[in-house]
Design a protein around this ligand. Structure first.
Ligand code: FES
Length: 121
């Protein structure tokens, strides 16, 4: 284990209740696979962040949203994963942001990605 180098209390402050990672990988139209950025993941993240800001008093400070690199199932993007649930999402649209915000604030999980359908990437 490597010490973080952070002063006491910083790591405690980073213990989020839920952490959403959204793929924002871009291939700029190159390569044989689609990528989530071209499929709208930045707009999805923006909608989630607006939703969290609007519901700040419901506990949004305990939620983190982090853009990330390719999560794997590129053909089904935009993709995301929520921890600590470990639930994956695909085909995300701005219209899904409200349900995701509710989940991040403690509500039920939206329907998760079905890995049994995978195999195209
Ligand atoms: S580019 Fe988003 S999952 Fe691969």
């Amino acid at each position: 284990m490597v010490p973080s180098g952070r002063p006491d209390g910083m790591l405690a402050a980073m213990r989020f209740r839920r952490h959403l990672f959204v793929c924002t990988h871009s291939r700029d139209g190159l390569g044989g696979k689609p990528s989530c950025a071209e499929r709208g993941s930045p707009a999805f993240i923006a909608a989630v962040e607006r939703g969290l800001a609007a519901r700040w008093k419901e506990g949004a400070a305990a939620v983190a949203v982090t853009p990330c690199g390719c999560l794997g199932p590129c053909f089904d993007g935009p993709t995301a994963v929520v921890y600590p649930d470990g639930s994956w999402y695909a085909g995300l649209r701005v219209a899904d942001a409200e349900a995701m915000v509710s989940h991040l604030l403690g509500g039920p999980a939206p329907r998760a990605y079905d890995w049994s359908d995978d195999g195209d990437d």
